[in-house]
Ligand binder design. Structure first.
Ligand code: DX5
Ligand code: ZN
Length: 265
């Protein structure tokens, strides 16, 4: 495996390449193309862009109305959909599996950001890739052969992310930073929505951003847990590229206004 962003880098003129939004080197452009029947999904994001990506988590939605929840995400201006997969072992609760993701897939062009909170994440990569995930993130704490799992995800043409719980320090993952497309910093202990953000975890966000600058790595830094109208500014100031939000988004009567508020626009 080569360090850095091994997935296809967009060329000028190709779908998703936007000269206006790409002032800095292409290596820093995080680009997602998911090819599906009759559909090309594109998400361009550059770390110098002013507003972070917003990724509402359907975990906080009414599971009897998931199609409506997805439509609300799409209409709000949020770019990604965060899909929290819980196995009842790595975390106490069980949420949903790949069939749910596959059923939502035809309804939207949103980037599907799958967060595996499972033991043996390697057993679930293929089914979620087949279901239409664009980015698959697994927990460092649940994996032994981390490079192999990152490879397996990228071999399926998906972005590969690593997540760390609040008690895991950044130095524990330093060896694998060059191989990751996304680092998901948990700012609550995973397992439940609606918890309070542990603000000391934001130091890890700052550290990851500074390591990326110093070493020229290309991962995005995502923050998950307790991101709401009170904490979002701090999370943005720490340098997060992606803000995951569950309750704050789904409890908001005006989801477009909440999206703008959390993104700081
Ligand atoms: C927690 C999940 C989060 C959670 C975020 O284990 O990974 O994605 O749903 O929800 P809020 O924003 O309510 O903390
Ligand atoms: Zn999550």
């Amino acid at each position: 495996m080569q360090p850095g962003n091994r997935a296809a880098v967009p060329q000028a003129g190709s779908p998703g390449f936007s000269q206006a939004r790409c002032a800095a080197p292409l290596s820093r452009l995080w680009h997602t193309i998911g090819q599906r029947t009759g559909q090309i999904l594109v998400c361009d994001y550059h770390t110098s862009m002013k507003a972070p990506i917003l990724a509402p988590s359907v975990l906080a939605a009414d599971f009897s109305k998931l199609a409506e929840a997805q439509a609300e995400i799409d209409a709000s201006g949020a770019e990604w959909t965060h899909l929290d997969v819980m196995d009842g072992i790595f975390v106490p609760e069980i949420s949903f599996g790949s069939k749910m993701v596959a059923d939502l897939r035809p309804l939207t062009r949103s980037v599907f950001d799958v967060h595996l909170m499972t033991v043996h994440p390697e057993n679930h990569i293929e089914s979620f890739a087949r279901a239409g995930a664009d980015c698959i993130t697994f927990h460092f704490e649940a994996a032994v052969h981390v490079h192999r799992i990152l490879d397996a995800i990228r071999d399926l043409d998906k972005k590969a992310g690593i997540s760390i719980v609040p008690s895991t320090p950044v130095h524990a993952i330093e060896e694998i930073l060059p191989f990751a497309d996304l680092i998901l910093v948990m700012t609550v202990n995973p397992g439940y929505g609606g918890q309070k953000l542990i603000s000391s975890c934001l130091e890890k966000v700052k550290k990851l951003v500074s390591i990326r600058e110093e070493k020229g790595y290309s991962y995005l830094v995502s923050v998950d847990g307790g991101v709401n109208q009170n904490s979002a500014a701090l999370v943005r100031e720490a340098g997060a590229d992606v803000l995951v939000t569950g309750e704050a988004f789904f409890r908001a009567p005006d989801k477009a206004a909440m999206t703008a508020l959390l993104k700081g626009i």
